[in-house]
Design a protein. Structure first.
Length: 441
């Protein structure tokens, strides 16, 4: 079995890292796996970039991304959220064909990487791992509680549109035409996203499976907190609340503003002299909101060693997202033995067991988020039990090998089913003249 993983990048962002981890897990199982990406950041020779000189220049300047977003310039009141049209022509079928894969596993393929209509031209069974909601919407990556994707997009709130036939309807209709007859199986990392996909008009008739993301539990593991803080120059005499994600200060969906409000509540109590906030994924922002506590910004961290060190230095990790799938950050924190606090939304319950390895607050209840942080930190014996349960959860459910085995089994089943169907069709074609002849007699 030879598998080709298609991803916008191998390490650039959470979805890319999740795809690359699966690639590593499959190779560990001796599955022949290759990745084809638009932007390569690793030195792995099984990660391929097939660009001509023009493509290389466009990729370097991020022209694919800018050109794909060009029609959005007409939606001047649109908020700064990711919205992908995927209308640019691509050469992917000619790049994929020589690789002779048996099956293609799609991951995050936006920012001008793969045109919507290209999927039908790949001529392979497709397994699409969804890292957000884009595959079944009219262009947005998270719906922000809009349910139009369950029927037909249009009047898009993220485009500030009052027209039925807006850009979101155009994208949605292109997907309807292009994906109706795809040999496609959908995989989601969380049960929440699986339910959303199954409720959509675009993917509701497809097979949908939930397989969590994974990570290397030998890289992400508990370390001595004192040593981790010493290396990061973080205070030893305070409880550290950690928050982090890609563009954590710029993307409102990540919910840092809600965490800051919760910490303001705690700063007005006897926690004021005992807590500090640590943020990774951004440098100190110019318009930083004062949370009432000392705050340490660590900037962008992309390598596993640095990230594991940060998680190990923290007493609690908070993921205050408004809407999210199954964030790598939560899995990484759990693997490092760091209890997690989040709102009870999206895929968070798949990782965080309430009051067992962390705390789940009611959606967007600031006071309850603050209470959850305090609950995790206020009792040393309880914190130790939470830390142990966090590590145990990661080892049992999110280990690299476990995910790879589930994917490998799914791939094998799809390919076996395809061969059986092909043999049946051949037999029918072979037997048809004979059966017709007998019937005529």
């Amino acid at each position: 079995m030879k598998v080709l993983i298609l991803s916008h990048s191998d390490l650039g962002g959470g979805a890319a890292r999740a795809a690359y981890r699966l690639h590593q897990g499959l190779k560990y199982l001796d599955v022949r796996s290759e990745m084809l990406v638009q932007y390569k950041l690793s030195d792995d020779n099984t990660v391929l970039v097939r660009h001509n000189k023009l493509d290389k220049g466009m990729a370097k300047l991020k022209l694919f991304e800018h050109l794909d977003a060009l029609p959005l310039k007409f939606s001047r009141q649109r908020p700064e959220t990711v919205f992908s049209l995927q209308w640019l022509p691509d050469r992917l079928p000619t790049q994929v064909a020589p690789l002779n894969s048996d099956l293609i596993n799609l991951h995050w393929t936006c920012k001008g990487y793969i045109k919507i209509e290209t999927l039908a031209k790949l001529a392979r069974p497709l397994v699409w791992t969804l890292h957000d909601m884009w595959a079944f919407t009219g262009g947005c990556h998270y719906t922000q509680d809009c349910d139009r994707y369950q029927k037909a997009c249009g009047n898009c709130p993220q485009l500030h549109s009052s027209k039925e036939r807006d850009l979101s309807r155009w994208v949605w209709q292109r997907k309807v035409r292009a994906w109706d007859k795809l040999d496609l199986t959908v995989v989601t990392p969380s049960r929440w996203l699986a339910k959303c996909a199954s409720a959509s008009t675009l993917l509701g008739q497809k097979r949908v499976e939930a397989i969590p993301n994974s990570l290397d539990t030998q890289l992400y593991k508990p370390l001595e907190r004192r040593v981790a803080r010493e290396r990061l120059n973080l205070p030893q005499d305070r409880k550290l609340v950690l928050c982090g994600a890609l563009m954590v200060t710029a993307d409102r969906r990540k919910g840092l503003h809600l965490l800051q409000l919760a910490l303001q509540r705690l700063s007005q109590s006897d926690w004021s002299e005992r807590l500090s906030l640590v943020v990774f994924g951004a440098s100190t922002p110019g318009n930083s909101t004062d949370c009432g506590l000392p705050t340490h910004y660590l900037g962008s961290l992309s390598d596993d060693v640095s990230l594991a060190l940060v998680y190990a230095a923290a007493d609690v990790f908070v993921a205050p997202s408004l809407q999210d799938n199954l964030p790598n950050t939560v899995l990484e924190a759990l693997a490092c033995g760091t209890p997690c606090v989040a709102f009870n939304i999206g895929g968070m319950p798949d990782a965080i067991a309430h009051q067992q390895n962390g705390y789940l607050a009611r959606p967007y209840a600031i006071e309850e988020l603050a209470q959850g942080i305090a609950w995790v930190l206020e009792d040393a014996e309880r914190h130790q039990k939470l830390s142990h349960a966090a590590r145990e959860k990661a080892e049992q459910e999110f280990a690299l090998e476990r995910q790879a085995k589930r994917y490998s089994s799914l791939f094998s089943e799809i390919l076996t089913r395809g061969k059986t169907k092909e043999r049946g069709e051949k037999l029918m074609r072979h037997d048809l003249p004979i059966a017709t002849e007998k019937f005529g007699q």
